[in-house]
Design a protein around this ligand. Structure first.
Ligand code: 5GP
Ligand code: MG
Ligand code: MG
Length: 178
């Protein structure tokens, strides 16, 4: 598994530091508010699990599963909801937690969808951002790292369901996915 990684982009240590930093900001910003944290499955699973354990205010946790890439490495822009929320978000503050924003098409669909359910506010927290590839404008309030246009895996992020259990974010060798 490690042999398929060309380069470690974000180490375990740097992930932990950044997650703490983001959680501290979220704690301050949402103190006294009715916050629902929504993890976008499956990629954000590891990130959201680490993040919420460092958020120091009461929150509700929910998940949505959406399909974007399938097994390819390019976004189709077609988003399908595979698992919807259990929580009613009407009148509540929502924080959407994502693994990566690439074209932005997935999140643009998702935020419109959540708005239509009457959320009081919707903010985005993403671990990684590839700003060079953006097709839809997204306001990102909480961001971990800007990364170059490379295909990454690890810390919850997969290629064909593999590599999610790597403890760091790394660039996959081209041979591993072509
Ligand atoms: P977007 O709609 O912004 O183009 O797609 C975002 C989603 O595509 C991310 O949440 C992630 O699931 C997937 N994605 C984008 N870039 C990468 C990447 O480098 N590696 C992997 N494994 N998935 C990616
Ligand atoms: Mg994702
Ligand atoms: Mg995937």
């Amino acid at each position: 598994m490690l042999n398929d990684v060309k380069e470690v982009l974000v180490s375990e240590e740097n992930l932990e530091k950044k997650v703490t930093e983001l959680a501290d900001k979220i704690t301050k910003d949402f103190a006294g508010k009715n916050l629902v944290v929504i993890g976008v499955l499956k990629g954000a699973n590891v990130f959201v699990a680490d993040l919420i354990r460092k958020i120091n205010i009461p929150i509700a946790l929910d998940f949505m599963a959406i399909s974007s890439y399938g097994s390819s490495t390019e976004s189709s822009g077609v988003v399908k909801i595979l698992k919807d929320l259990d929580e009613d978000i009407e009148g509540r503050h929502v924080l959407v937690v994502e693994d990566i924003i690439d074209t932005g098409l997935t999140l643009s669909y998702l935020t419109e969808n959540l708005k239509s359910r009457g959320a009081k506010s919707i903010d985005i927290c993403t671990l990684l951002d590839k700003p060079d590839r953006r097709k839809a404008h997204i306001d990102v309030k909480y961001k971990g790292f800007d990364i170059p246009d490379e295909f990454v895996v690890g810390y919850g992020i997969d290629f064909n369901e593999k590599y999610r259990n790597l403890p760091f974010v790394g660039i996959l060798k081209r041979e591993a996915y072509e």
